[in-house]
Design a protein around this ligand. Structure first.
Ligand SMILES: CC(C)(COP(=O)(O)OP(=O)(O)OC[C@H]1O[C@@H](n2cnc3c(N)ncnc32)[C@H](O)[C@@H]1O)[C@@H](O)C(=O)NCCC(=O)NCCS
Ligand SMILES: Nc1ncnc2c1ncn2[C@@H]1O[C@H](COP(=O)(O)OP(=O)(O)OP(=O)(O)O)[C@@H](O)[C@H]1O
Length: 203
């Protein structure tokens, strides 16, 4: 049987992790691109060495891990620096994701979810069968991002600006999940989608 790959995206802090947790609880495998990105930039990795070469010694903490706050401040305030970081990380993230997808295909998994914030920005449309966009109003997105990451309004707006807007992603989506209300309402929409695909809720 062919494996269906569902691309799960949104813009930062619109609720991808909230939705991917529903899939996990239903025993549906989820590949988390943020986790792959962390593996790619692990201590002593080739990518982290390249990041250090471009961003300087401050890019690495004393324990050898990437200084995420430092890099975040650099790249989200300067599109040229963000492009440099993406040039280093994006091909490695892609290879890691494709490797995991192939594994699930070999196992004939019915459905695999790819939780990928940059699905449209990095052109994964052709890798997935359908794209689900998790939507909130831009106002809620800003509030939730500031609260979750303890960011100032300026820093939060900069991070949001580093991605295609949520309204544009909604236009491109195959299915839109509205996460502006209660989490339970969001879950109902995901369960409905699963039922429409004739995948069973095994919770
Ligand atoms: C910039 C970094 C150091 C910030 O680390 P931090 O711990 O503060 O954030 P975290 O990794 O948890 O990401 C939070 C969110 O930021 C957004 N984001 C991360 N990287 C990017 C990027 N290159 N472009 C646009 N948005 C991004 C995503 O929505 C992501 O879910 C880190 O995100 C990173 O190494 N990014 C490059 C790898 C990448 O592209 N990751 C995105 C998933 S493929
Ligand atoms: N329906 C909701 N009501 C209230 N808060 C919510 C709701 N959905 C998500 N949140 C909160 O909003 C924040 C962002 O949600 P989440 O982490 O799921 O977003 P994300 O799209 O995965 O973010 P990122 O792009 O950074 O990976 C979290 O703190 C989460 O707990």
């Amino acid at each position: 049987m062919n494996t269906m790959i569902l691309g799960l995206t949104g813009s930062i802090a619109t609720g991808k992790s909230t939705v991917s947790s529903f899939f996990r609880k239903m025993n549906i495998p989820v590949i988390d691109a943020d986790v792959v990105a962390r593996q790619v930039t692990a201590p002593n990795s080739v990518a982290l060495l390249q990041i250090k070469n471009h961003f300087g010694d401050d890019a690495i903490n004393d324990d050898g891990t990437m200084n995420r706050n430092y890099i975040a401040k650099q790249v989200f305030s300067d599109p040229a620096k963000l492009a440099t970081l993406n040039k280093i990380t994006a091909p490695l993230i892609r290879a890691g994701i494709i490797e995991q997808l192939e594994k699930y295909k070999t196992q004939s998994a019915k459905l695999v979810v790819l939780d990928m914030p940059l699905l449209y920005e990095q052109h994964y449309e052709n890798i997935v069968d359908q794209v689900m966009v998790v939507y909130t109003t831009e106002e809620l997105q800003l509030q939730r991002l500031m609260k979750r990451n303890s960011l100032t309004i300026k820093a939060a707006k900069q991070r949001i600006a580093a991605q295609i807007t949520i309204d544009q992603k909604v236009q491109l989506a195959d299915v839109v999940i509205d996460n502006s209300g209660y989490v339970a309402e969001t879950k109902k929409q995901v369960v409905k989608w699963l039922e429409d695909q004739s995948f069973r809720n095994e919770e």
